[in-house]
Design a binder for this molecule. Structure first.
Ligand SMILES: [Cu+2]
Length: 68
């Protein structure tokens, strides 16, 4: 299991954080997604055989936010 923390820019309220959480959680291989609007970070746990950091970053960017 791999755990990463990403800085997320562009969220303007708590539901942005929830939306990101829901989208990333739905990816195959993602075990947990916890996004904090206050801290502007997201912590993601996933199986590296199924999904990777690039895929998670891309998913967040497709929602209109910036992840790094
Ligand atoms: Cu929002």
């Amino acid at each position: 299991m791999t755990k990463i923390e990403l800085k997320i820019e562009g969220m303007h309220c708590g539901s942005c954080a929830v939306g990101i959480q829901m989208m990333v959680s739905s990816l195959d291989g993602v075990k947990s997604a916890e996004v904090s609007y206050d801290k502007k970070i997201g912590v993601f746990e996933f199986e590296s055989s199924k999904v990777n950091k690039d895929k998670i970053v891309k998913t967040i960017e497709e929602l209109g936010y910036k992840a790094s």
